[in-house]
Write a protein that binds this ligand. Structure first.
Ligand SMILES: Cc1ncc(COP(=O)(O)O)c(C=O)c1O
Length: 90
């Protein structure tokens, strides 16, 4: 779907340079397919900018593996939690 949007924008003469997306949206708290979107950005030559405000401490994140162009976050939301503990039901 994201690829289609990029294609559509380009067919309209737009130069898609950057895509901004969340790890987890604020409302309705949906886990975004940010790994796939990052891969599409790499394929399409688009800068990926991930808003990880609800990501760090909430879901497992491997930025070395993901390699987005930019990743932003904060630590005051889930900074004292451990997503590994959570996945084990602790
Ligand atoms: C998706 C997302 N990005 C960024 C922010 C900004 O976070 P803050 O200004 O609290 O650091 C929020 C706030 O809840 C958010 O939901």
């Amino acid at each position: 779907m994201f690829r289609n949007v990029v294609e559509q924008a380009r067919s309209e003469g737009l130069n898609v340079k950057v895509a901004l997306f969340d790890t987890v949206t604020s409302l309705p708290g949906m886990r975004f397919p940010f790994e796939e979107l990052t891969r599409v950005c790499k394929d399409e030559g688009i800068f990926s900018v991930i808003d990880g405000a609800h990501g760090i401490g909430h879901i497992p994140l491997d930025l070395k593996e993901l390699q987005p162009d930019f990743f932003t976050s904060n630590l005051h939301k889930y900074g004292s939690t451990n997503p590994r503990d959570r996945s084990q039901g602790n």
